[in-house]
Design a protein around this ligand. Structure first.
Ligand code: SF4
Length: 457
């Protein structure tokens, strides 16, 4: 007798039938998949075994392994390194930037797209996150790759590739750059012009500027005793002896650091103003919650003084632009619209923060080696640690209560990730790139999720 849910064909338990039969099966189910299965992990992967034949990226991988790697995909990490060195960096990013060849990224994207065409559904799917990145520990301003002929492929092109092949949009997120860094300034200006065009911006889920009290210049200035409430965008000089430094050297340096920080952030906001005026820009404002003690200057409410200093500096930059070149600000109405636009964005902020341990190290240096007072920095860490403990105790992925994201490194190795833990697996895509000696700067767990465990899902 047929039970109510048993409306599908009866399949053999295991097939591994090869490309020809998988192709026949895929041809039969392609239409049906779109409406019923929707996700690769819902499909009969045994029946589909072999459909990946000829796609270099998936050589040597079973369909189960492919489905595992591409479900809840967080990022395909083709760019590594970041020069910003933020104190709170979730990835413990180091300032050595390296990039995989563009060709290997293109190959992965093309093969995902080919697999999608063969099966009829997108093999990349997500049960939460709405985007896919092409880096983990970098800044958006460095989001570009070079091909073997040295040709540059920028964030717009990479975002388009991600969107068109994975069906998920990319994200452009920058913590800003030094305004005297001509190369990054030019990159930012080019991106703003390109992203004004909907045909480019449609590939991005968000375009964000991150502002927070964890920039090294800001942190140094406050540590050396600078008081943000004293800031003015206008430099005060002694009229009798204009170039004489009137403060002690340490305080003077602190003021210079703070001024540099404010000017860099104001310059970033200035550069992205055209996108703000078109409603295409967001900001991510992050600070610490008061439950973390002894971190003056890093709390959201402390940082609000600095946010108004940044706005004050920005207003001055706008006025200078309006009175001079009119590169961005053409009239007073535009100036007001931009300031009000940023004011509105600044109202959205968060004290949710996850840390790779760099923040704790910083805390220790401020508090004579003690971590007391920072134990509440990320309450969800405990939950994820429990999740991880369940995995290592049972060696079963099904024992975990919380879903984990996936990251694929440039050498093809697949990792599980949940904002805290990075767990290696023995699954590997074939990218043709050499093995990374150190896959992440953040800690990687020493427990490996094996293909056996994945087969048992
Ligand atoms: S938080 Fe982002 S911008 Fe800051 S160091 Fe880390 S990767 Fe770079």
């Amino acid at each position: 007798m047929k039970i109510a849910s048993d409306y599908s064909y009866k399949y053999n338990n295991l097939s591994f039938l090869g490309y020809k039969e998988a192709k026949t099966y895929a041809n039969c189910t392609r239409f049906y998949n779109r409406f019923i299965n929707k996700h690769l992990y819902n499909c009969n992967l045994n029946k589909l075994e072999g459909i990946q034949e000829g796609l270099k990226t998936f050589e040597g991988m079973s369909m189960k392994q492919i489905a595992f790697a591409l479900t809840d995909l967080h990022s395909i990490n083709m760019i590594r390194g970041c020069i910003n060195h933020c104190v709170h960096c979730y990835a413990n990013a180091q300032p050595f930037i390296s990039r995989a060849p563009f060709e290997s990224f293109k190959q992965i994207m093309d093969d995902i797209l080919s697999l999608k065409k063969r099966i009829g559904i997108n093999p990349v799917s997500h049960r939460g996150q709405k985007y896919v990145d092409c880096y983990f520990d970098s800044d958006g301003i460095d989001m570009h790759l070079f091909d073997k002929d040295g040709k540059k492929h920028d964030a717009i092109e990479l975002g388009k590739l991600i969107h068109e092949s994975t069906g998920m949009k990319a994200v452009f997120d920058t913590n800003g750059w030094d305004r005297n860094d001509k190369e990054r300034q030019q990159i930012a200006e080019d991106y703003v012009q390109k992203l004004l065009d909907d045909k480019n911006s449609k590939h991005f889920y968000q375009i964000n500027i991150s502002l927070n009290p964890f920039n090294p210049k800001y942190v140094r200035a406050l540590k050396d005793g600078y008081k943000p409430e004293k800031y003015s965008p206008y430099i005060k000089v002694r009229l009798d002896k204009p170039n004489i430094v009137t403060k002690d050297a340490k305080l003077q340096k602190a003021e210079n650091d703070y001024r540099e920080y404010i000017k860099n952030e104001a310059n970033t906001l200035f550069t992205f103003t055209p996108l703000l005026l078109e409603g295409k820009l967001g900001t991510i404002i992050r600070g610490l919650d008061k439950s973390i003690t002894n971190m003056d200057g890093c709390y959201l409410e402390d940082y609000s003084i600095t946010l108004s200093n940044i706005l004050g500096q920005l207003q001055l930059e706008y006025q200078l632009d309006l009175a001079g070149e009119q590169k961005i600000i053409k009239n007073k109405k535009m100036l007001d619209k931009a300031i009000n636009g940023y004011l509105k964005l600044f109202n959205r902020n968060t004290d949710f923060l996850f840390s790779s341990g760099r923040m704790e190290k910083f805390y220790k240096t401020k508090h004579q080696g003690s971590l007391e007072g920072i134990d509440k920095i990320d309450e969800s860490r405990e939950k994820t640690e429990n999740n991880y403990r369940k995995l290592i105790n049972t060696e079963k992925l099904s024992s975990m209560d919380l879903a984990m994201l996936k990251m694929i490194n440039s050498d093809g190795k697949v990792f599980m990730y949940d904002n805290y833990s990075i767990i290696p697996t023995d699954i590997k895509l074939n990218t043709g790139n050499k093995e990374l000696k150190r896959p992440f700067w953040a800690e990687v767990k020493n427990f490996v999720v094996t293909t056996d465990m994945i087969d048992r899902i």
